[in-house]
Design a protein around this ligand. Structure first.
Ligand SMILES: Nc1ncnc2c1ncn2[C@@H]1O[C@H](COP(=O)(O)OP(=O)(O)O)[C@@H](O)[C@H]1O
Ligand SMILES: [Mg+2]
Length: 361
């Protein structure tokens, strides 16, 4: 079997360190030109996956295919891969020019050609004026752009980036996210990116591979993961979620009815493998929950007690206790000063059946 149509394929990868399972049953494909992000908490196996693909760690089992060729045990330098890490790893005693030229010299490129290629990538990262400086004379963001330039200069087939923006402050990180994304689009680079920051993953990725405890939890587009999380972990890791316990009352075609501990019936789209009597969790995003007025109705309504109303600039958050004392939050755009709502007041919260997600795992 070949994997010629994919830029990268990993199959059934597993890596252990003594009793510690760092990665297991990892499998996915990366398409040409795609930006895929490994997202997950610290220790979930992201770096292990990247190092195996780069050839810096050997897996206990499984396969790595690059450009249709089996590469599991190919040495790192024979894989057509570029890497960028969090701590830039520029050579401190070399100028920016020499740093970027280094991988080309290693490949015995002619001096004229090297000058041309270094100029090309310095233009791409929009730093043509810094060639003669030492890395320490650059800002953190500039150093990271040079690290990216050095990685792109020999036109690797795939670029691997392990938390490359982790050391930058928030403002610079926001800016660099957009710059890397733009470079990716302009140059058609195939990228495998690692972050533990869900917002960063949503902003940058074509698809997200969510990792949890050495396994792939869910892989899909940012919208797939946000609107159709398959597990409680996925629902909680991407965005904010309200979770309520419930028991399945009835399954009729594509509609399922569940009952909360205080007896409210809630309708939801039917999830795979759901059965009457089963204990499930129902999930609703805060922005889909509305505070209902006395005359308002909705597919699903629960009653509760208002805990707090907090205006966070452009949005206002309403915290309430519903269905057996579970805390939930509803988010609304702030349209003006809030009045007439008091802590301890009874409220009705409503939402549509289609914005409900049933989680069985
Ligand atoms: N060289 C090593 N020796 C022992 N355990 C390791 C080693 N490298 C990673 N691990 C363990 O493997 C797991 C996954 O680590 P890692 O891939 O670095 O996670 P992440 O990059 O998602 O934070 C963690 O439990 C980590 O402690
Ligand atoms: Mg890591």
């Amino acid at each position: 079997m070949t994997n010629a149509k994919h830029k990268l394929t990993v199959r059934d990868l597993r890596k252990t360190y003594g009793p510690v399972v760092a990665l297991t049953e990892a499998a996915f494909d990366l398409e040409e030109g795609e930006f895929l992000t490994l997202l997950g908490p610290s220790g979930s196996g992201k770096t292990t996956m990247l190092m195996i693909i780069a050839g810096l760690i050997q897996p206990d089992r499984g396969e790595v295919w690059i450009d249709g060729k089996l590469a599991t045990f190919a040495p790192s330098y024979k894989r057509d891969i570029g890497m960028v890490f969090q701590n830039y790893a520029l050579f401190p005693h070399m100028t920016v020019y020499e740093n970027i030229a280094f991988p080309l010299r290693m490949r015995n490129m002619a001096t004229d050609k090297i000058r041309q290629e270094v100029g090309r990538v310095l233009d791409i990262v929009r730093l043509p004026q810094v060639a003669d400086r030492l890395p320490r004379a650059l800002s953190g963001g500039q150093q990271q752009r040079i690290a990216l330039a050095r990685c792109m200069v020999y036109r690797p087939s795939i670029i691997l980036m392990d938390e490359p923006l982790g050391a930058l402050d928030k403002k610079l990180r926001d800016q660099m996210q957009l710059e890397i994304k733009q470079l990716h689009t302009e140059l058609g680079i195939t990228a495998l990116y690692v972050t533990h920051d869900q917002e960063e993953a949503m902003i940058m990725s074509d698809r997200i591979c969510l990792m949890n405890e050495a396994r792939i939890e869910q892989l899909g587009t940012p919208a797939d993961l946000y609107f159709k999380p398959r597990t409680v972990f996925a629902a909680g890791f991407l965005g904010e979620s309200n979770l309520l316990e419930a028991t399945v009352e009835a399954v009729v075609g594509d509609r399922t009815t569940v009952k909360t501990p205080d007896g409210a019936l809630v309708r939801a789209p039917t999830a795979d493998g759901i059965a009457v009597g089963q204990a499930v969790k129902l999930m609703v995003r805060p922005e889909r929950l509305a505070l209902l007025g006395p005359a308002d109705s909705a597919d699903n309504v629960v009653e509760g007690t208002l805990d707090q109303v907090i205006m966070v600039g452009g949005v206002t958050k309403y915290y309430a206790r519903v269905a057996g004392d579970r805390a939930v939050s509803a988010t609304r755009l702030t349209l003006g000063p809030i009045s007439g709502l008091e802590r301890g007041q009874r409220v009705r919260l409503g939402w549509s059946a289609d914005s409900t997600v049933l989680l069985t795992a």
